[in-house]
Design a protein around this ligand. Structure first.
Ligand SMILES: Nc1ncnc2c1ncn2[C@@H]1O[C@H](COP(=O)(O)OP(=O)(O)O)[C@@H](O)[C@H]1O
Ligand SMILES: [Mg+2]
Length: 345
């Protein structure tokens, strides 16, 4: 866990990733605004959780930070340099410091390579190891809780949880400073999820790692994250400390996400107010005007379809993007009951 005023490790500034989609003989290509003007600070040593429904742009944002997907516009400042404007070879050099863990460890591991080769490959690629990597691979396997005796085995000989450990060992091999973990536990059995989360926490404490932890599972995010950013249709709509996002969210979208998480205690569960999110996430090809969420928001007023809300600090360290709330009137439900219209503009 980090102190509130840790310095930034990465500063994302107005980042955009637009994809060209479709387009053929009789139709024009459309623009998918997967990430549309994201600004975020990631502090040294913290875990920043990134949540939102499927299709909101979380993976694209994670990949764009590492330049695994090319940003369309904006900056990613790391160590005083803009990653988005580095040349290919300069970016390759930075990859040692910036690694990724993927959702499906099976799909992301080459099935024809032994685990030793998978974990050792980045060491050779970056010229970190000369000659044999056996010793270092054994050490990495031990670090992530794998028996080094299995180094000559292939990915299919491991369970899902073990494969994710292989993926983590591979990412750790180059001693990175920052790791984007994109849904690293979503494909795993519930019993295994906790083990991988504990491993990630232990590694963070031991190595001072900084994580961007992407997940649609709010419980996992809360467990692991110091701060949480909530994403909706390419934009960050709320940022706050993990506990605050979960216990006192300001945005109707976040409130709906939180209310969808089941509470283990049936007595509490019975008294809880559930906010149902109507429909799916609209297409990022032609997102709703104004606040993208207005089509699904029970508190939407006509202004919401006209005015694009800015992410502003409503309470200390708590940012939200909604024209119906501000620092004096942070409670949207109370504002709506009192007939307050657009107060944030
Ligand atoms: N390579 C691509 N080409 C075109 N559209 C894409 C591509 N990758 C993702 N998208 C679209 O961008 C949007 C965001 O996707 P993604 O970043 O995967 O969201 P998430 O990780 O939150 O589920 C989706 O509408 C998705 O269909
Ligand atoms: Mg994704």
């Amino acid at each position: 866990m980090t102190e509130p005023n840790e310095p930034n490790l990465i500063s994302i500034q107005d980042l955009k990733v637009y994809y060209r989609s479709g387009g053929g003989l009789f139709s024009a290509a459309k623009t998918v605004k997967a990430v549309d003007g994201v600004s975020l600070e990631i502090r040294k040593g913290e875990t920043l959780g990134l949540v939102g429904e499927s299709g909101c742009g979380k993976s694209t944002l994670g990949r764009a930070i590492l330049r695994l997907t090319e940003p369309t516009a904006g900056k990613v400042i790391y160590n005083g340099r803009d990653l988005a404007s580095l040349s290919g070879s300069e970016m390759r050099e930075q990859r040692k410091h910036l690694q990724m863990i993927f959702q499906d460890p099976y799909a992301s591991l080459n099935p024809r390579m032994t685990v030793a080769n998978i974990i050792g490959e980045p060491l050779r690629t970056f010229g970190i190891a000369n000659g044999s990597t056996d010793e270092r691979v054994a050490e990495l396997m031990e670090t992530v809780g794998l028996n080094p005796r299995f180094a000559r085995r292939y990915p299919h000989e491991f369970s899902g949880g073990q494969r994710q450990r292989v993926g983590i060992a591979r990412a750790l091999s180059v001693e990175p400073e920052f790791i984007v973990a994109d849904e690293p536990i979503s494909a795993l059995d519930v019993s295994i999820q906790a083990q991988i989360m504990n491993l990630m926490q232990r590694l963070q404490a031991e190595k001072g790692l900084t994580y961007l932890f992407i997940s649609h599972d709010l419980r996992a995010v809360r467990h692991l994250s110091d701060r949480v950013a909530v994403m909706y249709l390419g934009k960050i709509v709320e940022v706050a400390d993990g506990k605050v996002i979960y216990d006192a969210p300001l945005m109707p979208y976040t409130q709906a996400l939180v209310s969808a998480v089941p509470v283990p205690d049936p007595a509490i569960e019975a008294t809880r107010e559930r906010i149902v999110l109507a429909g799916d996430v609209p297409s990022p090809i032609d997102p709703p005007s104004g606040c993208h969420f207005h089509t699904r928001c029970q508190f939407a007023i006509p202004e919401c379809s006209r005015v694009e809300p800015k992410l502003v600090e409503i309470k200390p360290r708590h940012f939200a993007a909604c024209i119906r709330i501000n620092a004096e009137n942070p409670d949207i439900k109370a504002n709506a009951a009192a007939g307050l219209g657009a107060v944030g503009i």
